[in-house]
Write a protein that binds this ligand. Sequence first.
Ligand code: UD1
Ligand code: UDP
Length: 355
Amino acid sequence: MAKRRIASVVGARPQFIKAAAVSRALESTFDETLIHTGQHYDQKMSGVFFSEMGIRPPKHNLGVGSGSHAEQTGAMLIALEKLFVELKPELVLVYGDTNSTLAGALAAAKIHIPIAHVEAGLRSFNRAMPEEINRVLTDHVSNWLFCPTTIAVMNLEKEGIVEGVHKVGDVMNDALLHHLSQARERSDVLNRLGIKRGHYALATIHRAANTDNSESMRAIMNGFSQLSTQIILPLHPRTKKLLTQYKLSHPKNVTLIEPVGYLDMLVLEENANCILTDSGGVQKEAYLLGVRCITLREETEWLETVEAGWNQLVGSDSEKIKSAYETWSQPAVRPQHYGDGHTSEKISAVLAYHT
Ligand code: UD1
Ligand code: UDP
């Protein structure tokens, strides 16, 4: 029997990592065409993940690049519709909540191609977040909604979405479990940076709510300057650009580095004394690796990590950053909230059964 044709749309860093796990599981049953929108394009934001995670390079790169939300999403929509018409996939797979996710879902929905959404049902309940708009709209046009958590299933139910909903766990857990031992063996990032386990904190910042506001960025840097630890900060290009624009220098205890590949990132995360981040994926990885997390946001989609005592929300408040770092104590347990590392296989099995 001919394999069923599936087109997967990726475009931003976390989607390459998620696709690495899911594409491996789809291989035996589906003929997958990986489409890269080109939303992220720097070698360190894109190419490195394909070379180091064993992902087959995308068959199509739309080269959309950066722009305003409308420019970027619009360009993707136009290019994706053309490609879907040509490729005639039986289903389109999208990941997460970026502009690439929304464009993939909307382009498919309008020409009646069924859609599977991986990481469905997440909500911050903050409509000022571009990602919240992308997720709500994507969920409402999707046919298969693969939820990582019970909270995600409940969020969908509240919006009247119950059909096609599957709680499968989190594909980022699959990726982490698959690559962790390799990362420990291969990455020399601690030596390269001259740092030791437990003697540094790791930070990432890229959310619009933080980066687009010079006062928030200033307050975060001020909070960082008061921590009694070195902080390694792999700088997202968006943040790099805005720090330069605000003429904001970083405190002495903050070491800025270029974005790193996934293997280096896992090693940096696992060995940090604390993670400070506004990233969704990094909050989850901190939890999975048993590293305390201070989240530089007012809300999170990953409420389980907060409820379990491993994550604290501090926004961009300097004082809260300092007191969270100084007063944190390790919870006794870390419940398994994100599946068993076989989420991708479950997704593939559900799709194989229903298509
Ligand atoms: C995007 C997603 C966000 C996700 C993040 C992952 C949207 C609305 N946002 O945010 O949900 O958490 O990716 O990292 O889809 N840039 C470069 N080189 C690159 C990519 C970006 O220099 O390879 C710079 C450009 O100046 C660009 C800016 O970063 O304007 C922002 O990039 P963009 O893709 O629009 O959003 P992200 O902040 O990366
Ligand atoms: N990541 C990485 N290198 C970095 C920063 C992040 O490999 O320099 C990985 C991180 O381990 C996680 C994912 O990128 O798997 C998270 O992506 P990001 O923070 O860009 O987006 P978000 O998850 O917030 O959408």
